[in-house]
Design a protein around this ligand. Structure first.
Ligand code: NAG
Ligand code: NAG
Ligand code: NAG
Ligand code: NAG
Ligand code: NAG
Length: 496
């Protein structure tokens, strides 16, 4: 009897495996956001599989890592820490069957996808110092985690690194929505690391993020990494409040929480000096060097290894991508802890019109005079681009609902980029949060794409319809004109 079950199970597994391979061959998501321009995407082909000498069911520590995207020449001097240190970091980390299933999928040679959201520290800013590297993101803990997991199964870990400099949790919310709306697959694991750039000042921001993730990816494992803001030496009131709300939400939704701060405290308790784990290069400078990123990865590896070592019965669970039309699918889900209503968040969860450079179905490919053209100025980074100021307008037709919103994405960079005039036709008057656009409530705004940061990112801005027209929905248009400077690149225009 038992062997029959086994054969049946093996057949199911094989079929599932074949299906997944098929899914993986599907053309990648249309929504590879421009922010990926500076991010580490997984290699497209499995690298030559070396025959690793060690245990293939154990995630290696930084010292056991055979290959890394980047590491400093003196990494051998970064000691491996005692398990007790990492044990202390397991704040809200019970056994988790979703994590177990995710790791089992990897061990069964399936490709797993990890998305990382965070700010500049997460992105790896400064982590090569005092050495130099081409891309900071290559030495970030996200990239190191990918290398560590790939040591188990080469070429089987896809990393979608969506951390951005200057981005806090609310800033990452539209990104997570757009990424999943335009995708063909859900990630297995989403890791949030906003200790340095902030969780948004209110616990509701995190709860919105959690509920949005569940709306589109009900089987995806979310993981919170908590650490205090390292700008100051002592935890601030804000840090304490953040930890409380992260813990409350972790408990409420069963979301694992890894606490790096607790590991630093345990290290100090054992007679060490926490600054070994997070050396501050300059006072009030919170970006740590490579060593801290290595320790973040070791912390994750420790927790993964505890799951791998557990005898949890093997649950077959793969991530699922849902494309719901409304919020009803989650009505029966865990009720919110705080007063969060997804109907009210500042994102187009269900777009009425999407003009996306990567998938321009029905969108214009040029402006009337041809000064704007849709093309890729960098490989796989399409956009509507103009290279000279003119009166020629790039115009996108859009529909608005009664709660009209427009979400625009454009390239933000430090050189060779200018300022566009953005106009919205229709009877609505519009307002925005004033952070990235200029112009008060009205129909005309200016978007200055140049900034001082030495990176190029996708800027997302949202305009909210501020005066209600009589019709329940209406059509309008969003147009762009380069007013100043050498170039402007529109990446998407979405309305709801
Ligand atoms: C996964 O791949 C490795 C190496 O290619 C192989 O030894 C192993 O048997 C495979 N495991 C499964 C479950 O297919
Ligand atoms: C594992 O984590 C998921 C959230 O990603 C949660 O829904 C689930 O309840 C957790 N399971 C356990 C056993 O803690
Ligand atoms: C920890 O190290 C820092 C710098 O390395 C030093 O300034 C500080 O005094 C040390 N703290 C303790 C308690 O030894
Ligand atoms: C606006 O909505 C109408 C009616 O549903 C539809 O026919 C039209 O294609 C939409 N236009 C755009 C630009 O989305
Ligand atoms: C819109 O409704 C208001 C009253 O609710 C009315 O005064 C106005 O004329 C209407 N405008 C249009 C364009 O129908």
């Amino acid at each position: 009897m038992q062997w029959r079950l086994c054969v049946a199970a093996a057949a199911v597994l094989l079929a599932l495996h074949a299906l997944r391979r098929l899914e993986e061959d599907v053309i990648p998501k249309p929504w590879a956001l421009e922010s990926l321009e500076q991010s580490g995407t997984a290699p497209e082909h499995a690298p030559e599989a070396p025959v690793p000498s060690q245990d293939l069911t154990r995630v290696p520590s930084h010292a056991e890592l055979e290959k890394a995207k980047w590491r400093p020449p003196d990494f051998g001097q970064v000691p491996v820490l005692d398990d007790a240190i990492w044990q202390a970091s397991l704040d809200g980390c019970a056994q988790n069957s979703t994590l177990h299933a995710f790791l089992q999928r990897l061990l069964q040679n399936q490709t797993i996808t990890i998305q990382v959201y965070g700010g500049s520290m997460t992105y790896g800013m400064g982590c090569c110092a005092p050495y130099s590297c081409d891309r900071w993101v290559d030495c970030s803990w996200g990239a190191q985690l990918q290398s560590a997991l790939e040591q188990l199964r080469p070429g089987r870990v896809r990393l979608e690194h969506r951390a951005r400099r200057g981005c806090n949790l609310p800033c990452a919310l539209p990104e997570v929505v757009l990424a999943q709306r335009g995708s063909f697959r859900a990630p297995d694991l989403i890791i949030l690391d906003f200790g340095q750039n902030g969780w948004g000042g209110s616990p509701e921001n995190l709860e919105e993020f959690i509920r949005v993730c569940h709306l589109f990816m009900p089987q995806t494992l979310l993981l919170i990494i908590w650490n205090k803001d390292m700008t100051n030496l002592d935890p601030s009131k804000g840090d304490i409040k953040n930890l409380q709300s992260c813990r409350a939400l972790s408990g409420h939704y069963g979301i694992p929480l890894l606490n790096f701060q607790a590991a630093m405290e345990e290290y100090t308790r054992q007679g060490g000096n926490w600054s070994q784990l997070w050396p501050r290069v300059l006072p009030e400078e919170h970006h740590p060097p490579w060593r801290t990123h290595a320790y973040f990865t070791d912390m994750l590896a420790y927790w993964f290894n505890r799951q791998l070592g557990s005898s949890e019965s093997s649950l077959q669970l793969a991530p699922v991508l849902r494309q719901p039309d409304d919020l009803n699918v989650d009505q029966a889900w865990i009720p919110p802890l705080y007063n969060v209503k997804l109907e009210k968040i500042q994102v187009c969860l269900f777009p009425l019109t999407s003009h996306v450079a990567r998938e321009p179905n029905g969108s214009p490919t040029r402006s009337p005079e041809g000064r704007w053209q849709l093309y890729e100025d960098r490989r796989d980074k399409p956009g509507w681009i103009t290279m000279e100021p003119s009166s020629d307008k790039l115009r996108f037709e859009v529909n608005f609902s009664r709660k009209a919103r427009v979400v625009i994405q454009y390239l933000r960079s430090y050189a060779n980029i200018g300022t566009a005039e953005v106009e919205i036709e229709g009877s609505w008057l519009w307002q925005h949060d004033g952070k990235n656009l200029q112009g008060g409530k009205g129909r005309s705004f200016r978007a200055a794409a140049e900034w001082g940061h030495r990176i190029s990112v996708t800027q997302t801005v949202m305009l909210i319809g501020a005066s209600l027209p009589n019709a329940s929905w209406e059509t309008g248009a969003v147009s762009f004109r380069l007013a100043d400077g050498p170039k402007f690149k529109v990446i998407s225009v979405i309305s709801c």
